[in-house]
Design a protein around this ligand. Sequence first.
Ligand code: ZN
Ligand code: ZN
Length: 137
Amino acid sequence: MSITGECFCGAIEYEVTGSLRDPLSCHCSRCRKAFSSQSSNYARVESANFRWVSGKELLTSYVGKHGFGLLFCSVCGSTLAGTLDKAIHGVTLGCLNEDPSMEEIHHIFVASKADWEVVPDGVTQFPEGRRDIERRS
Ligand SMILES: [Zn+2]
Ligand SMILES: [Zn+2]
């Protein structure tokens, strides 16, 4: 299977073959800022299964501590993908064009959520992180 994603302005497109895994929505204060939202929504991909289809030259990046970075469209500001030590590590779910038909999203660091956020009933929540998933590479 293959799935595509693109930024808000459409200049940057990518394609992932194979499945997305370990989908997480992290509600910590750092992810709120990094994703400009109430939480991150992100899933892992194999870097070998990922390719930029168009607009790669328009990407800009921010690499934080521990070598984890985010790739953005320099035109519209969409956050498209995450990197670890410069290799593609995962994609943001908001920029996907199709249903990724992946496993259920786990909501982590819910104990750190913003005061204004209401987490829906029925989602799988963890008050802190899930080290078993975060350490898997
Ligand atoms: Zn864009
Ligand atoms: Zn987080």
